[in-house]
Design a protein around this ligand. Structure first.
Ligand code: TZP
Ligand code: MG
Length: 228
């Protein structure tokens, strides 16, 4: 596996639904979030057809490159290849990790959603760069989640992969916002393996001021909690 420096601290995952994005332009919202300091962006869009996915991803890639932040595509290895962005995020029901790696190559960033220790161990064995661990808390942004694992479940997964996944980075996802992020990072991390960041959808995309929301979240993620 090639060595990749990626900052996972504040990972923005997009949403194109009316409920989260409203009538705003996704590219403008992402640009504001980048100005606020998000360190990684995943284009997640369950609504658009392939042509729109590719054209939006190209626009997003132009702005993420300007901010020197990697862009990953949710689910669609073909779209990532078409756009030439930095990688993908795949779930348990998407193209399998070895196939995605074969198509994208060693330099691509590939992340996998995991909600159990078994899934996490398999993803580590198969060469994931990072794991998206969740769902942390119930969230209206994703209602078809298999498991709500909370900070205790996340900690158990982290402890379980500490050895074999020593080089695999980790973020948590699901219902995380400015009032919970520090506690979530602190309570989930095991002494043997810490979370590298938090992945957030509505806390940034639905915020009235996405730039300010990102700035505040980044500050919280980077500051040790007062109760630590
Ligand atoms: N995977 C697990 S929960 C989730 C995804 C994509 C959505 C998280 O959204 P939010 O708005 O940050 O709770
Ligand atoms: Mg998926």
């Amino acid at each position: 596996m090639a060595l990749k420096y990626v900052d996972y601290s504040l990972y923005l995952v997009t949403d194109s639904t009316q409920a989260i994005l409203g009538n705003r332009d996704l590219v403008q919202v992402v640009e504001a979030a980048l100005e606020g300091g998000v360190t990684l962006v995943q284009y997640r869009d369950k609504l658009s057809d392939t042509a729109v996915l590719v054209s939006t991803a190209k626009k997003l890639h132009a702005i993420t490159k300007k901010h020197k932040v990697p862009l990953l595509i949710n689910d669609r290895v073909d779209v990532a290849l078409a756009v030439g962005c930095e990688g993908v995020h795949i779930g348990q029901d998407d193209l399998d990790l070895p196939s995605a790696r074969k198509l994208l190559g060693d330099n691509a960033i590939i992340g996998v959603t995991v909600s159990t220790l078994e899934e996490a161990q398999a993803a580590c064995r198969d060469g994931a760069d990072y794991l998206g661990i969740g769902t942390m808390f119930a969230t209206s942004t994703k209602t078809n989640t298999k498991d709500i694992i909370g900070t205790a479940g996340t900690k158990e997964i982290l402890r379980g992969i500490a050895k074999e996944g020593a080089h695999v980075r980790t973020v948590c996802i699901g219902g995380i916002n400015a009032s919970t992020v520090q506690r979530v990072l602190y309570q989930s991390s095991d002494p043997s393996k810490e979370l590298d960041g938090a992945a957030i959808v509505s806390g940034i995309i639905a915020a009235e001021d996405p730039k300010k929301a990102a700035q505040e979240l980044l500050e919280l993620v980077r500051t040790p909690p007062p109760f630590a």
